[in-house]
Design a protein around this ligand. Structure first.
Ligand code: SF4
Length: 144
């Protein structure tokens, strides 16, 4: 997050990102178009249903996906647009409906506050090796 917020983006090189793009090309983006609204990039939307959709290549449901979509809903709500969200997991053949509630808004605001503290640091925080590091686009930057 610190690297990304300081315009150091390596995602274009990641095989996993490429896989995500291929999944889009093979499935959803044939039917639907990506939409950028301010800071957020929505995979596709269904205006008639008032829904925004996010497609994930992951084989498991992750909290980070939920918070990403909650952030999009929150961002749009602050622009006066009230919509619901849907997470799509094509590899799992599952969809998960996502809605803003008072409780998850509070949780999201806490997360955003913590993120603000990290991005404001003058240098990246000390790295800690985690299981998911090997799949991260920044792996070489952190560990090689
Ligand atoms: S490689 Fe690990 S420590 Fe480095 S940015 Fe990725 S997740 Fe964080």
């Amino acid at each position: 997050m610190w690297f990304f917020s300081h315009n150091l983006t390596l995602e274009a090189d990641s095989d996993l990102v490429l896989l995500g793009k291929l999944l889009h090309e093979e499935g959803y983006s044939r039917k639907f178009k990506e939409v950028s609204i301010g800071r957020v990039k929505i995979d596709f939307l269904e205006r008639g249903k008032g829904e925004i959709h996010e497609v994930k290549r992951s084989k498991r449901l992750e909290k980070a996906h939920l918070f990403q979509l909650l952030y999009y809903l929150y961002y749009l709500k602050n622009l006066g647009v009230d919509v619901k969200g849907v997470l799509h997991y094509p590899l799992l053949k599952r969809t998960v409906p996502v809605e803003l509630t008072d409780e998850n808004i509070k949780e999201l605001e806490n997360v955003l506050q913590e993120m603000g503290k990290i991005t404001a640091l003058p240098q990246p925080p000390t790295v800690e090796k985690k299981g998911f590091c090997k799949k991260c686009s920044y792996y070489e930057l952190c560990w090689c």
